[in-house]
Design a protein around this ligand. Structure first.
Ligand code: 4HQ
Length: 243
């Protein structure tokens, strides 16, 4: 999988692609990336990438020319590559979208700044417009990093077998159960004794119950009945009946 990022802030991505799980995947060759500075494709003495909006109003708009030329400069994996614009007007990003995007050979991510990009670029060259959530960022860069992080970890080999059951419960539409590590007593608070019991059947059941409890309390919208087993239904009924 290759990620190509088009941005006017290329340095925001150098550490991002160098560090952590993603950095290791890049070093091992599982993931490749390219960073294209849109400003390198700007013209004139001032290398302007933005201009005033037709019709007037506040803020600036990213000029079409530099983005067009930056896009043209990127090596394309033809029909196995997708051009994505990060913007609050896009379809909301979620784990299912991350899985789908992980199947492409190349993702080309266009990061806008200012009030966004010229509509003619969006119409002619953008395959997919994606939003990471209902809030306003200063630019698409942090949104692009969020997408790369979530998609990258789904590429086979990136987690190197460290694929914990942590996201498994999220893939099932449930929140994660609470985690504890040493010491057993911290500031007078003890680790639930079941986790020290060595009884793996009881531990599994306790964790499932805590996942269901949290989901019920914090994200009832995630409780998709069809994904719940008979055991889950019984635990839920018990949770709703008592403590
Ligand atoms: N922006 N999800 C405005 C976002 C955003 C989001 C990126 C701010 C694009 C022009 N992008 N620029 N939310 O707020 O993706």
């Amino acid at each position: 999988m290759k990620f190509d990022v088009l941005t006017i802030f290329p340095e925001m991505f150098s550490a991002f692609f160098r560090e952590g799980i993603l950095g290791r995947a890049v070093n091992s060759g599982i993931i490749d990336f390219g960073i294209t500075n849109i400003r390198d494709f700007a013209m004139g003495k001032h290398k302007a990438v933005d201009d005033r909006p037709y019709g007037g109003g506040d803020g600036m708009v990213m000029k079409p020319g530099p983005i067009y030329r930056a896009l043209k400069s990127v090596d394309r994996a033809d029909d196995r590559s997708l051009v994505i614009l990060l913007s609050p007007q896009g379809v909301r990003f979620d784990q299912a979208t991350a899985w789908e995007l992980s199947g492409w050979e190349q993702l080309i991510l266009v990061c806008g700044r200012y009030e966004g990009i010229d509509e003619r670029i969006r119409l002619a060259y953008i395959d997919r417009e994606i939003s990471i959530g209902d809030y306003i960022l200063s630019g698409g860069e942090v949104a692009a990093m969020t997408l790369v992080d979530a998609v990258g970890r789904l590429i086979p080999g990136v987690l190197g077998g460290k694929r914990s059951n942590l996201e498994d419960s999220f893939e099932e539409g449930l929140l994660e159960y609470p985690q504890f590590t040493r010491p057993r007593v911290f500031q007078g608070k003890v680790v639930p004794s079941v986790l020290l019991s060595g009884d793996h059947g009881k531990i599994r059941l306790w964790r499932r119950r805590e996942s269901l409890r949290r989901t019920l309390e914090r994200r009832p919208d995630l409780l998709k009945k069809d994904l719940l087993s008979n055991e889950d239904e019984a635990i839920l009924a018990n949770l709703q009946g008592g403590p």
